[in-house]
Design a protein around this ligand. Structure first.
Ligand code: OGA
Ligand code: MN
Length: 285
């Protein structure tokens, strides 16, 4: 496609990219996709037909991949594809094939409890329920830019502890003892206002609400400040909901977005395969 610009349809956050077959992305197309991803934070590609190998190959264009985290059931990965994490409510022979069930997944950024959280996640839809199970994305640049000045002043320069105890479905992670004191739960501390390493823009980095702690503050002060921040970021104008079709691939930038998922009927099937691209420590603003 030479130097033609990608066909993009913008959402409140993110954009749909049209006319690209992710099994065959030439270097010029990839450069345009990468640029669009940095510019729009979330990209949707519809009508794809990818094998697990295709998904891994496209994902690797962005960098080395993380191995899939251990699912809450203790299951590790898809046989032969340790990079692929399964998000599903499907149960086979009494054993869930994936994570997160059919319930709500609360707002979060993937694996921010690690020192070096993944920079990108990709979710590919293999089976989708007839309704529900939409995935919402929140623009954390816009969240910071629209923050009341007084609130921003109170958080600037602070570190935020990101909890590694619970996943977004509320399940306790494998090998972790449940605790509800964020001061001594496992997790990593990142600046609450970061600079995005590729766009250079400042961004609010919240991870998830449960067991979060603004390091150095009294727990009660931290809770009050975090509640104010979360009330702000949950404003509808900061987010976009994606209603899935089979063959959709959504690629998001974990450094400047959060996502959540609506619940869906547990009697229907939803099967998604996810990859994650290794990231780096979060630079302070
Ligand atoms: C994820 C995730 C939500 C969804 O895969 O990281 O949060 O809609 N998924 O499946
Ligand atoms: Mn997630």
């Amino acid at each position: 496609m030479g130097d033609t610009v990608l066909e993009l349809v913008r959402n409140t956050v993110g954009a749909e990219v049209r006319g690209v077959d992710l099994r065959r992305v030439d270097p010029a197309e990839f450069a345009a996709v990468h640029r669009a991803w940095v510019d729009h934070s979330v990209l949707l590609f519809r009508d794809q037909s990818l094998t697990d190998d295709d998904l891994i190959r496209f994902s690797r264009r962005f960098g080395d991949l993380d191995l899939a985290p251990i699912q809450e059931t203790g299951r590790r990965f898809v046989e032969g594809h340790p990079e692929i994490y399964v998000v599903s409510n499907v149960v086979v022979n009494g054993e869930p094939i994936g994570s997160l069930g059919a319930g709500e997944a609360v707002w979060h950024t993937d694996m921010s409890y690690l020192e070096d959280p993944p920079k990108a996640s990709m979710l590919y839809a293999l089976e989708v329920p007839p309704s529900g199970g939409d995935t919402w994305f929140c623009d954390m640049y816009a969240a910071l830019e629209s923050l009341p000045a007084e609130l921003r002043r109170r958080i600037e320069g602070l570190g935020l502890k990101h909890d590694g105890t619970y996943n977004s479905g509320g399940y306790v992670r494998q090998g972790v003892a449940a605790t509800d004191d964020p001061r001594n739960s496992p997790g990593a501390v990142h600046p609450v206002v970061c600079t995005h390493p590729e766009s250079g823009r400042k961004v609010l980095y919240l991870g998830r609400r449960r067991n979060a702690w603004l390091v150095g503050l009294d727990l009660a002060d931290s809770e009050a400040l975090l509640d104010a921040l979360w009330t702000h970021v949950e404003r509808p104008e900061l987010s976009w909901a994606h209603h899935w079709r089979v063959g959709d691939l959504v690629l998001w930038d974990n450094r400047c977005t959060m996502h959540r998922r609506d619940p869906f009927d547990a009697a229907s099937r939803r099967v998604m395969h996810r990859t994650q691209v290794k990231g780096e420590a979060r630079p302070a603003a």
